[in-house]
Design a protein around this ligand. Structure first.
Ligand SMILES: Nc1ncnc2c1ncn2[C@@H]1O[C@H](COP(=O)(O)OP(=O)(O)OP(=O)(O)O)[C@@H](O)[C@H]1O
Ligand SMILES: [Mg+2]
Length: 1026
């Protein structure tokens, strides 16, 4: 059961609600599972990798908005059956909004915070979309209704303000003037607490006026975001309503502040330990949210009686402004929004933990008496006192003219002050009404224009800001770009937009777009350089990433649904033009591999960011180029099975061609920092017109997000399969080293040489028929890296070097060959001796199923060479690396299974051995030959030459099969493949892989048959002799 609103009044704990939204398109495409379940007041989340691992949380309110809904003709989402569990916008408002309204009418401050990862539904709950109005507009409607209902008993004044905090800067979203550089200042006063100096607060009398102001604020937010090249998901939006109620009869005044906060997306890009970035996270970008988390944690600790010395309110702008909302004079509600999908498990769990901490916070809300009203009372009281003194002076007949003059002056001053306070509202209201009228006229004009002319409509990554800006293309020729000097220009600000970027022509009911030289224009995914005729609903990208939908003439707009042209649509179209497509619509397939899908979405997410990073690099003269690459994870998997892919960003300096590979998370972090740098550069340029060198000077090279120390680069890998070692058969291979995108980086000549403990190569007679003979015995072998040929890395830039690294079985650290510089075909001649003193089943399994991954590392001028770290390695005095250290006895069922099959194998082996000795006894000649050959090697078990030969032939044929398999792995779709082609490639590839594994199986079973035949033959012979 949900608590009643009256409950909400009694306690001052922060109230917490959670809401789970429907799947979005990405999640549906990926075949996501819902991992959230709810019963009233309790929510359970399931770990998708471990379904037994469930965690439940209790909150004041839980809202199931994931399923069980229908959309009515107006687009409103409603529960599909009456009394259904679906929580629509009205339900959420009835619980949370009404409570906030009641609190504020009683004179309490009230705060509503929306917290959750990007795209989880914060703005949907707070602001709403279309017919699904959110808490803020509904609250305003109800507030003004309530004011109207009670207008006999009280007079009300409402002030509205709207601000954004981005990168610790406060931006006034209602400001009429140009934006102050560095944002507005946050100040502190003893009675008032923290406040934003110079923030525009607009008096309002109706909900429509508030709606109009919100629209204006959203427009400012959108243009500010494109102008600053900022992502709105990383900014916080704070709407404030100040409500003043004047009860004339009781001569009291109640005043309350309602803060409505749509917080920035809460997710973090996690950098794993191995790839931790030299530069900290974009500090200012996340400072407010991080500090909010710290404040909430500290307050939650206070609530459970822990000693907390310091609550870090002052460490960020957001927490300063929310100080009263958290642990102070406010009744506060938090709505935590969640994605239902398994792929968001970690973020959702973290949101729930955050919300759980928040609900412990205790506030101390009080009814507020207006300071202005108190001031009026005080001034009036003072006036009475002054008048009394004046009359006393008169009665006493004293002619103290100076004192009388002074008292009269004080009286006039006080009266003026009283008047000023009382007329402030009226004056402000008149001004605001004038403004609103003007704005309303503009809106009406815009609506009229929409019915007359074609226009372009902005599409933003944040759906909330899409469709906010409309730029009309009236008859004639229109210059589009940064410049707004002529009356026939359309001004667009954004990254990569030139002064004169392109020209729109609207002539004879046809609109064309002509890019200017060197300006980037993309239409429907394709770069255009010449005049292009625009069709209704064409997608335009101007500059790096200013995305617009072209809306044609009104007659062309019949019954279109424009919603499908969202930001992802634009990016997917550009990716498709680059040859990166999703195979979702290919015939005969109904589901795309989720891991491929994840890569695709990563790709389209990073693609515009890479374009922007390149543009910033160009404008800041950084001389660095970024490029997206898809990395094939099979290349570094010791079994070569991992078909997953990952996205990396290749960073190259234009001059000396130094190269880095950045992970996705590192790139995103760096991109935030680049934006910070770029914004400072822009501010410096526009504000004081200072040169770039001054801006660059504020960043030392160590802080420069475009720079990193030179480091060795993993160029590619080759797999050297170890199976022959299990039979003590030597192997010599010419391996192709493949780069992350399947390119041939070099040929590597390598050998595996089974040897004696002194490093002496074993002979053919030492070949084993049955690898299990090795169990418990010593195995020695050498890995020889002879030569690298045709190094692409060196061919490209001569001043480079290479090293080969490898890590075998349980070696704790990789080993590296010495560096070789400036040589395309360097002789490595590197030999490493490994030994297992007591070969275990695990090692045997490893040898039979795995490869040693040989990593080719590229060295660049100025980078430190890779060194083998021998500290944790076990070595004999003759520099033999010991592998296969005996581990603790395993109790798992798998190990039990292994040891039982091992016992069976041992029994078989014993049988075969006795059979063999029997046969030997029967064949005197053969025995003599063996004896002669084996003289001087007594005690060593002899091998059957026939078996050995069969095995050797088998493994050599296997090597060629493997070679073919490697080539198959390199098999790639052609650059021009379309979606169908790509799907065909994937199917073909899968089929070929299956064929090859079948071939391998055939080889093995053929060998088994051969062995069986040999044994049978020998048994028959022995029976003949019996
Ligand atoms: N309860 C819901 N019912 C239906 N659709 C929803 C719901 N919640 C969110 N959505 C949809 O999900 C998308 C993302 O939601 P929204 O814009 O509210 O996310 P957000 O949390 O504000 O993200 P950001 O941090 O990027 O601002 C929108 O298209 C929205 O319409
Ligand atoms: Mg949002």
């Amino acid at each position: 059961m949900r608590p009643k609103h009256s409950d909400m009044m009694q306690k001052d704990c922060v109230r917490v609600a959670v809401r789970v939204r429907p799947f979005n398109k990405r999640e549906r495409d990926a075949g996501s599972r819902c991992i959230i379940s709810m019963v009233p007041s309790s929510i359970t989340i399931q770990d998708p990798r471990d379904p037994q691992n469930r965690r439940s949380f209790c909150f004041d309110y839980t809202y199931w908005s994931h399923s069980g809904f229908i959309q009515d003709t107006t687009g409103k989402y409603l529960s599909e059956d009456t009394g259904g569990r679906y929580a629509d916008q009205d339900t959420v408002f009835q619980d949370l909004g009404e409570g906030i309204l009641e609190n504020s009418l009683q004179g309490y401050n009230a705060t509503l915070l929306a917290y959750g990862q990007t795209g989880s539904g914060k703005s949907y709950s707070m602001m709403g979309y279309g017919a699904n109005k959110g808490l803020v507009p509904k609250l305003c409607e109800r507030l003004f209704e309530s004011i109207k209902e009670n207008q006999d008993s009280r007079r009300c004044q409402v002030f509205f303000s709207m601000l954004e905090i981005y990168n610790e800067q406060v931006i006034d979203l209602l400001s009429r003037g140009s934006r102050a550089a560095g944002g507005l200042r946050v100040r502190e006063e003893q009675h008032r607490g923290f406040y934003v100096e110079g923030l525009r607060t607009v008096p309002c009398e109706t909900a429509q006026q508030v709606e109009q102001l919100t629209e204006q604020g959203m427009r400012t937010r959108t243009t500010a975001a494109t102008h600053m090249n900022a992502n709105s998901s990383r900014s916080h939006m704070l709407i404030s309503l100040q409500l003043k109620q004047i009860f004339s009869k009781e001569s009291t005044t109640k005043q309350s502040n309602i803060n409505l906060v749509d917080l920035a997306g809460s997710e973090r890009q996690k950098l794993s330990g191995s790839e931790a970035d030299r530069l900290k996270e974009g500090t200012a970008i996340n400072l407010s949210l991080t500090t909010l988390g710290n404040v909430i944690s500290a307050l939650a600790d206070v609530a459970v009686g822990k000693k907390v010395v310091h609550i870090p309110y002052r460490e960020s702008v957001l927490t300063k402004l929310l100080q009263s909302a958290l642990g102070g004079n406010s009744r506060t509600v938090m709505i935590a929004t969640l994605s239902p999908a398994d792929i968001c498990y970690e973020e959702s769990l973290s949101t729930l933990r955050y919300a759980e901490r928040a609900k412990r916070i205790q506030n101390r809300a009080v009814v507020n008496e207006s300071p202005t009203e108190r001031l009026v009372k005080e001034l009036k009281a003072e006036n009475v006192r002054l008048l009394q003194r004046l009359s006393r002076l008169g009665q006493e007949g004293r002619r103290a003219s100076d004192e009388t003059k002074e008292l009269r002056q004080l009286l006039t001053h006080n009266e003026l002050q009283i008047k000023a306070i009382q007329t402030l509202w009226e004056q402000h209201l008149q001004e605001a009404l004038k403004d609103l009228e003007e704005q309303y006229a503009n809106i009406t004009k815009e609506r009229r224009m929409m019915q007359m002319h074609p226009y372009i409509l902005n599409i933003n990554e944040d759906a909330q800001l899409s469709g906010v800006v409309k730029l009309f293309i009236q008859e004639g020729e229109w210059d589009v770009g940064l410049s707004d000097s002529s009356p026939k220009s359309i001004s667009i600000k954004g990254l990569g937009i030139q002064e004169h970027h392109a020209v729109f022509r609207n002539e004879q009911r046809c609109v064309t777009l002509t890019p200017m030289a060197r300006s980037k224009v993309i239409v429907n995914g394709n770069t255009v350089c010449q005049t292009t005729v625009l069709q209704h609903l064409d997608r335009l990208i101007l500059g790096s990433n200013c995305t617009y939908l072209f809306i044609g003439f009104p007659s062309e707009r019949t019954g279109d649904d424009w919603n499908c042209y969202d930001y992802d649509y634009f990016q997917a179209e550009v990716a498709a033009a680059e040859g990166i497509r999703l195979a979702e619509s290919s015939p005969g397939s109904n589901q795309t591999d989720p891991s491929l899908l994840a890569v695709f979405y990563d790709y389209i997410k990073l693609m515009p960011m890479v374009t922007e990073a390149n543009q910033m690099s160009q404008e800041l003269h950084k001389g660095v180029e970024f490029k997206l690459e898809i990395k094939n994870l099979a290349l570094s998997d010791s079994k070569g099975h991992d078909l997953k892919k990952d996205i990396v960003v290749r960073v190259t300096t234009l001059g000396n061609k130094q190269v880095w590979l950045w992970s996705k998370a590192k790139f995103i972090n760096r991109k935030f920092l680049m934006e910070e740098m770029y914004q400072q550069h822009q501010a410096a340029q526009t504000e004081e017109n200072k040169s770039e060198s001054l801006c660059a000077a504020t960043f030392t090279r160590d802080q420069d997000p475009f720079w990193d120390p030179v480091e060795p680069l993993l160029l590619g890998t080759a797999h050297l399969w170890l199976q022959t070692l299990a039979f003590r058969i030597p192997l010599e291979e010419q391996l192709e080293v493949l780069g992350s995108e399947g390119t041939e980086e070099a040929i590597l000549q390598a050998q595996l040489v089974p040897c004696s403990s002194t490093g002496f190569p074993l002979s053919e007679d030492d070949i084993l028929i049955d690898p299990s003979e090795l169990l418990g015995r010593r195995l020695d072998f050498q890995l020889v890296l002879e030569q690298c040929c045709g190094l692409r890395w060196i061919r490209e830039v001569h001043n480079r070097g290479v090293q080969v690294g490898f890590k075998l079985f349980d070696c704790p650290q990789p080993l590296y060959t010495p560096a070789s510089w400036h040589n395309i075909n360097p002789l490595l001649d590197h030999r490493t001796h490994f030994a297992s003193l007591q070969t275990s089943q695990t090692l045997l399994d490893y040898l039979q199923s795995s490869a040693v991954v040989l990593e080719l590392w590229g060295l660049q001028d100025g980078c430190t060479e890779l060194t083998s770290c021998l500290d944790e390695m076990r070595m004999t005095p003759d520099s033999v690396f010991i592998i296969d250290k005996p581990g603790p006895t395993d109790q798992t069922s798998l190990d039990c299974e292994l040891s039982s099959s091992f016992r069976v194998l041992q029994r078989d082996l014993e049988e075969m051995k006795s059979l063999n000795s029997l046969l030997k006894k029967e064949n005197q000649n053969l025995r003599e030959q063996f004896a002669a050959r084996n003289s001087g090697r007594s005690g060593r078990p002899s091998c059957d030459a026939e078996f050995a030969r069969a095995l050797k032939v088998f493994y050599h044929s296997m090597t060629s099969v493997r070679g073919q398999l490697q080539r198959l792995r390199r098999h790639r779709p052609s650059e021009e493949s379309d979606m169908v082609g790509l799907r065909f490639f994937v199917d073909e590839h899968g089929r070929l892989l299956r064929d090859f594994s079948e071939q391998l199986e055939d080889c093995v079973s053929k060998l088994k048959q051969d062995v069986a035949a040999i044994v049978r033959r020998k048994r028959e012979k022995s029976e003949l002799y019996m």
